[in-house]
Write a protein that binds this ligand. Structure first.
Ligand SMILES: [Zn+2]
Length: 211
């Protein structure tokens, strides 16, 4: 009985919290209701409830990143020869898989610092990076701050003396392409060429051997 009461109390708390959050599904702002479904029923989207559950979680523990851990590399602009390259620790990607807002804020911080991205307009031609950082556009200021606080707790973001924050380089770093060693670039190009997936044709380019 007590347990049931506690559970319903918690569910109510989560629903109340969900209403104060931006809905990841319909982007309803905090304190706005979710868009009605086709049958005209008003409801809270499931992702909004999941987001509220995450917001009610205690701060995450600090994560110790190994300095020599595996990293994933992504070109900011795959079409530009001198594009900056984002280097992300694989543990960070794994830890933040279920926390898209934190992932978006972390990437955005790194890209802003590197001058590779600004708030005036989309300068990202890398679809994955654009997708990662795009979620942040819909967030309320408090939600961005909250994501940054959680990233600081994880140790993926550093709190600077002037009160601003910066991405920790062990977590995510931006490399200027000319700074990449020639051997790394050769290995990378070979890896891209050997990728089993079908390469996307460049605009105006036709597949010479259509299936
Ligand atoms: Zn919604």
């Amino acid at each position: 009985m007590t347990r049931e009461l506690q559970q319903s109390g918690t569910a109510e708390q989560v629903r109340a919290k969900a209403l104060q959050r931006t809905c990841p599904t319909c982007h309803a702002a905090p304190d706005q209701k979710c868009a009605a479904d086709r049958a005209g029923r008003l409801r809270l989207h499931r992702d909004r409830i999941r987001d509220a559950e995450q917001a009610l979680e205690p701060l995450p523990p600090r994560y110790l990143l190994s300095r020599d851990g595996d990293r994933t590399f992504m070109e900011v602009d795959p079409e530009a020869a001198d594009t900056p390259v984002v280097s992300v620790h694989r543990d960070v990607l794994r830890e933040l898989t279920c926390y898209p807002y934190e992932m978006g804020v972390l990437m955005r911080l790194a890209l802003l610092e590197a001058g590779a991205f600004d708030d005036d307009g989309p300068r990202l031609k890398n679809l994955v990076l654009a997708f990662c950082t795009g979620a942040v556009n819909f967030l309320a200021h408090e939600e961005v701050v909250e994501a940054a606080e959680r990233l600081v707790a994880r140790g993926f973001v550093r709190l600077l003396e002037d009160g601003t924050v910066a991405a920790d380089q062990a977590a995510v770093d931006i490399i200027r392409r000319p700074a990449l060693s020639a051997s790394f670039r050769m290995e990378w190009n070979a890896a891209k060429a050997a990728w089993p997936g079908k390469a996307m044709a460049a605009p105006g380019e036709r597949d010479p051997n259509p299936a």
